[in-house]
Design a protein around this ligand. Structure first.
Ligand code: NAP
Length: 271
């Protein structure tokens, strides 16, 4: 019999936390062994099942990542940048595969993760769906094929509760487009426009973020030329898509060498 992958879910009461729990419970090769929440959260110290109004599960919700992670092979982390940094420190200590869906990470956060990935595998993606990862591959190819006469714009829409913009996925798509053109996104991105901006600069990649309602996530990459326009669009209608992808990443990551990986590595789609 193959070894079960022991998983901890961080931020278990969150929108994604609850989906991740469902994904782990559905998977025959994974079992939940730990869970965390924000210090001060009503579920801390309670049995997870009872906190959710269900039968006891024998897992106490912790506020300290070490308590939840000490026996874990992998952790699923869709929380906040601050929580993800604290989780990365402990994951590196216990050598657990850290699957990170948290978005809005700063350059400083990314440098911290780079250091942590010397001790344990980190699989980080702005989007864990198969469709979006395929979209990044297509975006890179089309950007490489078209010259700067085609302006690239990335448009995204998410639910009203999202706290960061542009979305992690929009940035992933922007990076794919910039990579296709052999450029660094940080040098050519227009993250927002307001007032008298002047004409659009050739070769730049623009972003627009819409927020409202309960939209799970929609992303469109537009290549706008003279007299024609190409548009690639992905619509996510169920958060379970991300949860199942993240779990796949955890099963893949268990036993990988330390280092930084993306969902493209998990899917075997790395260019
Ligand atoms: P959410 O509902 O606010 O969930 C975040 C959870 O983390 C909350 O339950 C929060 O608790 C908890 N948390 C905060 N600090 C913590 C700490 N120190 N220790 C443990 N738990 C802590 O948000 P969401 O919609 O699930 O999204 C979470 C993140 O995932 C966001 O960055 C979002 O952009 C990202 N996301 C990524 C993907 C992807 O495929 N990569 C897909 C969807 C979402 P409190 O409520 O008590 O603060």
């Amino acid at each position: 019999m193959t070894e079960q992958t022991k998983i901890a879910v961080m931020g278990i009461s969150g929108r994604m936390g609850q989906m991740l729990l469902r994904a782990v419970d559905e998977a025959p090769k994974a079992s939940l062994i730990g869970a965390t929440e924000h210090p001060g959260h009503a579920w801390i110290g309670q049995d997870l099942g009872e906190a959710m109004g269900m039968a006891p599960r024998g897992i106490i919700v912790q506020d300290a990542p070490l308590e939840a992670l000490q026996h874990a092979h992998a952790l699923l982390d869709f929380t906040t940048p601050e929580a993800t940094m604290a989780n990365a420190e402990i994951a590196a200590q216990v050598r657990a595969a850290h699957v990170i869906g948290t978005t809005g990470l700063s350059e400083e956060n990314l440098a911290f993760l780079e250091a942590a990935s010397r001790h344990a595998p980190i699989i980080r993606s702005g989007n864990f769906s198969l469709g979006v990862n395929l979209l990044t591959v297509l975006t890179r190819k089309i950007a490489a094929a078209l010259d700067e006469d085609f302006d690239i714009e990335v448009v995204e829409m998410h639910h009203r509760h999202k706290v960061d913009a542009p979305s992690g996925t929009a940035l992933m798509l922007g990076e794919a487009a910039a990579g296709g053109r052999g450029r660094d996104l940080s040098e050519i991105r227009d993250l927002a426009r307001e007032g008298i901006t002047g004409e659009r600069q050739a070769g730049h990649i623009g972003f627009a973020a819409l927020r409202g309602g309960d939209v799970v996530g929609e992303h469109e990459v537009i290549f706008a030329g003279a007299g024609e326009r190409i548009s690639l669009k992905h619509i996510a209608s169920d958060r379970m898509l991300f949860a199942r992808g993240a779990l796949k990443a955890a099963l893949w990551g268990h036993g990988q060498k330390p280092g930084q990986y993306s969902m493209l590595d998990v899917l075997g789609m790395q260019a």
